[in-house]
Write a protein that binds this ligand. Structure first.
Ligand SMILES: [Zn+2]
Length: 88
């Protein structure tokens, strides 16, 4: 079994893609409708990439990988994603 981390562990990759503080982004789960900060999501790091799971229902929110010079995102588990403009 992969060790379970929290969403902060995935923030580095997310912040290479999105110009926002992604641990503070609020994701609405497509499975259960709960809205949680990505920093509160469960993160599972695989050799192939990272899986973020909803802290409410454990459904997969997002899969991401960075390989061969490309980023790959599967966001079918996120109904909406709300990001605040950077402060200052
Ligand atoms: Zn959920």
């Amino acid at each position: 079994m992969e060790p379970k981390l929290d969403g902060n562990a995935a923030a580095g990759t997310l912040e290479e893609i999105f110009p926002f503080e992604m641990t503070m982004a609020r994701a609405t789960c497509a499975h259960c409708g709960a809205a949680n900060m990505l920093g509160a999501a469960g993160a599972y790091m695989h050799g192939m990439g990272t899986v973020l799971r909803c802290p409410s229902c454990e459904g997969v929110l997002m899969r991401m990988a960075h390989m061969h010079g490309s980023y790959w995102l599967d966001m079918r588990g996120v109904r909406s994603l709300q990001m605040s403009e950077a402060a200052g």
